[in-house]
Design a protein around this ligand. Sequence first.
Ligand code: SAH
Length: 213
Amino acid sequence: MLDSYRHQGLRKKLVDELRMKGIEDEQVLEVIGRIPRHCFIDSTFDAYAYQDKSFYIGEGQTISQPFTVAVQTVLLEVASGDKILEVGTGSGYQALTLDWLGADVFSVERQKKLYLKTKQLLTKFKSTVKIFYGDGYLGLPVYAPFDKIIVTCGAPIIPSALIEQLKIGGIMIVPLGEKKQIMTKVIKISDKDIKVTEHGDFNFVPMLSEKVR
Ligand code: SAH
């Protein structure tokens, strides 16, 4: 896929903008500076790819705003080799960000059309992201436990199956709420205890249960 000097220049500007908005993690900024976001949205809208905005990707869904991707990724404290579950594959942009940070990514998407489209798209990148068609409320019990879990849709509650599938000491980042969401960090302290902290208001598409054919 074509990654022109113009794209690269716009990407550099986007990284500067994220830095100005308070993102300090150089590793996360470096990866955002490398991922060709224009490949994740319809080519007709190429000009919008490096604006710090969410964007329509079909099936009523959006690719998250780069600032949101950065905040979630920083909060997740990604270390190389981490086994990470993502709920809400969408365009695949967040999944590739985690992959390029060295994580082993398992991502689940409930809409079959998006699942198929993104699975195809990610083959074009050197990535080891594994994509599944399923309901994120159930997680991926066969591949559990995970070091980290990231939810990229607005969840009304912290899904209990996801807490179960998190390792002790593991981190889950989940935007909690129905209309607006509060970015929530959950640390699994023990089999019975979690520690919860809040990290600002965001807007996500809703987390809905069951698969869509
Ligand atoms: N991470 C994505 C953001 C996608 S928007 C990106 O980088 O582009 C959120 C996605 O969550 C949508 O694709 C939506 O279909 C999906 N989703 C909503 N509820 C879900 C569920 N229960 N399980 C899995 N995916 C879900």
